[in-house]
Design a binder for this molecule. Sequence first.
Ligand SMILES: Nc1nc2c(ncn2[C@@H]2O[C@H](COP(=O)(O)OP(=O)(O)OP(=O)(O)O)[C@@H](O)[C@H]2O)c(=O)[nH]1
Ligand SMILES: [Mg+2]
Length: 162
Amino acid sequence: MVLCIGPTGSGKTLLLKKLQNIDAVDNTTSAVPTVGTNIINLKVADKLYTIRELGGAIAPMWPNYFVNVGKLMYVVDASDLCQISAAGVLLYTTLVNPLLKGAKFLLVLSKMDTSYRQMRNEALLMLQMRRLQNEISQKITILEASAIDGKGRDEILKWITD
Ligand SMILES: Nc1nc2c(ncn2[C@@H]2O[C@H](COP(=O)(O)OP(=O)(O)OP(=O)(O)O)[C@@H](O)[C@H]2O)c(=O)[nH]1
Ligand SMILES: [Mg+2]
């Protein structure tokens, strides 16, 4: 099972919808906050993958879902300066959870289609990724994505199915 988490509004639901169907999302698509969790089935090359999104609103309950997680995607809105450090704190708390010691991590910088997005390096600096990487044993893959223009879609699918 792949888990998808991140602060509320970071773009998880829309991104997962885009992964499911490239034509399902364009700049007229909107999403409502996920209350609780949301299951997405992905069919890639005739194989079925299940992703569970945990809404940002239930962040205190995320660890209840960390049992038997092989892969974890953490989505951060790279265009929202106000929440990026808070997203980093949540990410850190998640990474140090002993239940996730063996999990593969993917950090997704989302909404890369917006004009006020942070560049990859600035976003990683604000998330204090370098310090974080020194303190944890897992390797983190970092990808930039947009649910609107489909940037990063192929790379994320590859990470999920690898
Ligand atoms: N420009 C742009 N807007 C996006 C993108 N992805 C999501 N949004 C917008 O961001 C808002 C939140 O998106 P959601 O996908 O619902 O966010 P979420 O992470 O699922 O939020 P919760 O379910 O509350 O945890 C919506 O208004 C989306 O339209 C993106 O790639 N680009
Ligand atoms: Mg959602």
